[in-house]
Design a protein around this ligand. Structure first.
Ligand code: ADP
Length: 591
């Protein structure tokens, strides 16, 4: 009961939304509807011709009518096939178009969704919604819609013809046929139950055999062969009994169902025959009547299938709309302020942030980075360092406090403009399928070759790229060259600085690079940072020493702040981290 209510409620919400998506294509829908009406009319008229065959041709021997009926039949089906083509083409056009529109909206929406949502679900599930659910929906829009309209119209038309031929015979049929259908339904349900029982007993049988055979050593040791045999035997007998019950039910039901169906038919024939004899009905009309009754089965069968398809479709639509209804938490401002030009000052004011409610990842974080300053953030894994970086690029908004760039709350700034002004080198850089030049210039259309090359030079990858046969046009990824971790890191550095951002955020690669490569990347990073406000999530002491200031983060709070020289001997967390990383001699690490 509750499920039904929920489905109805879901349906009420979803149909109007689906219709809204189909609205732009209303002309095609109307065209399709016209075709459906006409093709159903052709289908409904056909059995009526039986009356002419019997009454005019067979009984009255009217040869002209025979020719007419033969030609009429062909023409009728010709027309039907034309209208069928129209209905299928137009309705599928609308269905597929709505699906393309929905899929594009979903894709666009997902690209903008907050990371909290995207990271919270498995990628596979999200892709499945884009592909499967939308396809199920398409099926509902086309097949189900066509079925409902065409079969509904045919059903109504046939009932009308039946009533028109003879209402008394129709009433009798409407009484006995549903009764027979009901018995048929009960019988098939009963058969299914018996079938399940047989399956269950059989499964029990194999379970017992498997269990006893896998424990055969114990069975022999304890000499319980007979006991196990007894268990198997009684289960075999239970299976046999279930099987025979199935055979009995099947045999009895088949006979009963047949008798009931024939009784219903006999009743209709008996009454119809009397009507023919009394002159109330012509023989042709009785035959046409039976023809309509036989065809009536089709819409009924289709309807029961359509109900299941519709439920599937509604569920799919519900899931699709559920995603579309999730609003991104990071909302672009309605009246964005420009970020151009930018000096590059960053300030956190009492920022508290949690991914999941109640579990603070950052608490009351306050700091200021002046333009051109190089700040290193250090702290244990999970302290919240990357989260600080993600907040600056507005991947998330803090629940409390504010982040300012050049004194302006970043929630008021143009989101895309802000992100363009910040270069980010992630810890594990992702390269997209395409050339090296494409990867460096990703997202910037107005770059010259010179820009790309000079960024590559700063990142220290220019010479390597030039040594490749296709230079900057060399493809990377599956079908192209495979770059090493260090080379990928350099491409990422080039990508971050190619648009000359005022602010640079770097998450240093941790253990994936060997010491020599690490040293070289360090050089590249140093060059990249020069003249920019830089925040480095530092894992190496070299970076930390280069920094103007170090922020030490622990469990979401800034616990220490200052230069390496001051902090190393302060006896706090930083001193301990130095000890851990570089042994006792933390003042002069071996780099
Ligand atoms: P760090 O960079 O210092 O290692 P992070 O900023 O990555 O730390 O993570 C800080 C805390 O937030 C960790 O406890 C981590 O498990 C949690 N966290 C990070 N990202 C997410 C996320 N997308 N959803 C939920 N929790 C997260």
């Amino acid at each position: 009961m509750r499920r039904l209510a929920k489905e109805q409620e879901t349906g009420k919400r979803i149909y109007p939304r689906l219709l809204a998506h189909a609205r732009p294509y209303v002309h095609r829908i109307l065209g399709a509807l016209a075709c459906m009406v006409l093709s159903s009319a052709c289908a409904v008229i056909a059995p009526w011709l039986l009356r002419n065959i019997v009454d005019d041709v067979l009984i009255s021997k009217d040869m002209a009518m025979l020719n007419l009926v033969a030609v009429g039949l062909v023409l009728l089906y010709l027309a039907k096939s034309v209208f069928f083509y129209g209905q299928q083409y137009l309705m599928n056009w609308v269905g597929q178009r709505v699906v393309v529109d929905l899929r594009l909206r979903l894709y666009d929406h997902m690209q903008r969704m907050s990371f909290r949502y995207l990271y919270g679900r498995r990628v596979g599930e999200r892709l499945s919604r884009i592909t499967n659910d939308v396809t199920i929906l398409q099926n509902m829009i086309t097949t189900v819609f066509i079925d409902i309209v065409v079969q509904g119209l045919s059903f109504a038309g046939m009932i009308a013809f039946l009533l028109y031929i003879n209402w008394k015979l129709s009433l009798l049929s409407f009484l006995v046929l549903p009764l027979a259908a009901f018995v048929l339904d009960v019988a098939s349900r009963r058969l299914r139950v018996v079938g399940h029982d047989v399956q269950k007993q059989l499964a029990g049988l194999s379970a017992i055999a498997a269990e006893a055979l896998s424990a055969i050593r114990i069975v022999r040791l304890f000499a319980t062969e007979e006991q196990e045999y007894g268990r198997f035997e009684s289960q075999s007998n239970a299976h046999f009994r279930a099987l025979m019950r199935g055979v009995q039910t099947n045999a009895a039901l088949t006979g009963i169902v047949e008798v009931i169906l024939i009784t219903a038919l006999a009743a209709i024939l008996w009454f119809g025959g009397r009507l023919v004899v009394s002159g109330e009905l012509t023989p042709g009309e009785l035959i046409a009547f039976l023809g309509y009754l036989a065809l009536l089965v089709q819409p009924v069968r289709v309807f029961s299938r359509v109900v299941a398809q519709m439920q599937q479709g509604l569920a799919a639509a519900d899931r699709v709309f559920e995603i579309l209804d999730v609003e991104s938490e990071v909302k672009p401002p309605k009246h964005p302020e420009k970020v151009d030009p930018i000096r590059g000052e960053i300030a956190f004011q009492d920022v508290s942030f949690a991914y999941n409610e109640g579990a603070w990842v950052l608490e009351d974080v306050t700091f200021r980075v002046i333009p051109g300053e190089k700040v290193a953030i250090v702290g244990p894994t999970g302290a919240g360092k990357s989260t600080i970086a993600d907040l600056i690029t507005r991947f998330y908004d803090p629940q409390q406090g504010a982040i300012l760039i050049d004194g302006k709350d970043i929630r008021r700034l143009d989101l895309k403009g802000l992100r363009r002004k910040i270069g980010v080198v992630p810890q594990d850089p992702v390269l997209l399928k395409g050339s090296i030049a494409f990867n460096i210039a990703y997202g910037c259309e107005d770059l010259s070759e010179g820009d790309i090359e000079s960024a590559a030079k700063i990142a220290g990858i220019h010479d390597f790229v030039m040594s490749l046969p296709d230079g900057f046009n060399t493809e990377v990824g599956e079908r192209g060259v495979t770059l090493s971790g260090g080379q990928r890191q350099r491409v990422a550095i080039a990508r971050a600085i190619v648009r000359n951002p005022r602010i640079l955020i770097m998450d240093e690669a941790t253990s994936s690079l060997d010491a020599a490569v690490e040293q070289e990347i360090q050089e590249a990073m140093k060059k990249a940072m020069s003249g920019r406000t830089s925040i480095v999530i530092a894992h190496r002491l070299a970076t930390v020493r280069e920094a103007d200031r170090i922020l030490v983060i622990d469990r979401g709070r800034i616990v220490e702040e200052g230069s390496h020289e001051i902090l190393k001997d302060a006896g706090g967390l930083y001193s301990r981290l130095c000890c851990l990383q570089f042994g006792e001699n933390h003042g002069s690490p071996a780099e």
